[in-house]
Design a protein around this ligand. Structure first.
Ligand SMILES: *Cc1c(COP(=O)(O)O)cnc(C)c1O
Length: 362
């Protein structure tokens, strides 16, 4: 793997340009414009690759592109939760991890499982309460942030918390799945590690599972790469190729989905049956709190265009009442429907939401 990225992926190019150009073969006669899908379990010995669990040129291209956007070196994983597990393994036996109580349920469940088996101690906090989070960092080994949180849409003051955590000698990790590197770059705000569920916005088409870890610290990169080599939590070459293809249009998709979300938020405030609209001001996830759990249950079956489905970050708009999951904490409102706003025409999205809200009167 080259240490120096090719000239056209230098950080002087703006993010939308790097999303298109990073991780491509060199501009030389007969080179393909796109990296091929390399299907290989092993490589002729003596080079950098050796075996399919250690490296794959299709992953490398994806890693160069996402690493370039986040400002660090990237490692691709089989899923977001494979990346989460690998990063949580940085913590020593019995040490403390501080994490948002409303982080992604899978991340909170991993912490609960590790705690139940005596592996570590988890301290769940309200990430919007910066003073409490800072105080909780004092004896922590790792501070896990997710901002905005899924699905409460709470925003953490990453810069202030990261400074306190680093002073305490703790690793600072930010799950940047909701914001994407186009709206927030946690490494620039003081984080040691960024985690993504690339399944969501990065890949963007609801057709694969992948995760990623990015760090600007070479030593930490080596440790995490070593963990990935040992656990084998690696993506398939086709998934990496599709995720890279998705990443090429990330800036356009985020721009459009965010504009749609902002328009819908304005229209939904004050609409019938809407008790509250949660929106952090950026991104394309909206928390629509209806007046009851029953209304939310009915609503998710009444849309025709919006798809009733879990997950988020695809080109198509999806929605889901989060409390349908038994794992969702009781602090998430019964009536909260998470909207993942896609890139369709906003008027069609609005008309469908309006008819679904109106149908609740019948
Ligand atoms: C979906 C998600 C994950 C888990 O990623 P998978 O790819 O489903 O394993 C982690 N964090 C956040 C914020 C997510 O939305």
């Amino acid at each position: 793997m080259p240490d120096e990225p090719p000239a056209r992926t230098q950080p002087t190019a703006r993010p939308a340009t790097r999303a298109v150009h990073a991780g491509r073969p060199p501009h030389e006669t007969d080179q393909p414009l796109n990296v091929p899908i390399t299907m290989a379990s092993t490589y002729v010995a003596g080079g950098e690759f050796e075996y399919g669990r250690y490296a794959n040129p299709t992953w490398t291209a994806f890693e160069e592109a996402l690493g370039s956007l986040e400002g660090g070196r990237c490692l691709a994983f089989a899923s977001g939760l494979a990346a989460v597990a690998t990063v949580l393994d940085l913590v020593g036996q019995g040490q403390t991890v501080v994490a948002p109580r409303h982080a992604y349920t899978g991340s909170v469940m991993q912490l609960g499982d590790l705690e139940a088996r005596g592996r570590l101690s988890a301290r769940l906090v309200d990430v919007t309460d910066t003073d409490t989070v800072v105080a909780a960092c004092a004896d922590a080994a790792l501070v896990w942030l997710e901002s905005p949180t899924n699905p409460a849409l709470e925003v953490a003051d990453i810069e202030v918390i990261a400074r306190a955590a680093r002073e305490a000698g703790a690793y600072v990790v930010v799950d940047n799945t909701f914001a994407t590197p186009l709206l927030q770059r946690p490494l620039e705000l003081g984080a040691d590690v960024v985690v993504h569920s690339a399944t969501k916005y990065i890949a963007g088409h609801s057709d694969l599972l992948m995760g990623a870890v990015i760090t600007a610290d070479d030593e930490l990169y080596g440790v995490l790469k070593g963990r990935r080599d040992l656990t084998g939590a690696v993506p398939g070459a086709f998934e990496a190729w599709l995720a890279l293809r998705g990443l090429r249009t990330l800036p356009l998709r985020v721009e459009r989905a965010q504009a749609n979300a902002q328009e819908l938020v304005g229209r939904l405030r004050g609409a019938p049956h809407v008790a509250e609209v949660r929106y952090p001001g950026f991104g394309a996830i909206v928390g629509l709190v209806l007046d009851s759990g029953l209304a939310a249950d009915l609503f998710q079956h009444k849309t025709l265009l919006w798809v009733y489905a879990t997950s988020l970050g695809g080109v198509e708009s999806t929605l889901e009442r989060r409390r349908r999951w038994k794992s969702e904490p009781a602090t998430i409102p019964e009536g909260l429907v998470r909207l993942s706003v896609g890139i369709e025409d906003v008027e069609d999205l609005w008309a469908d939401l309006q008819q679904a809200l109106a149908s609740l009167d019948q």
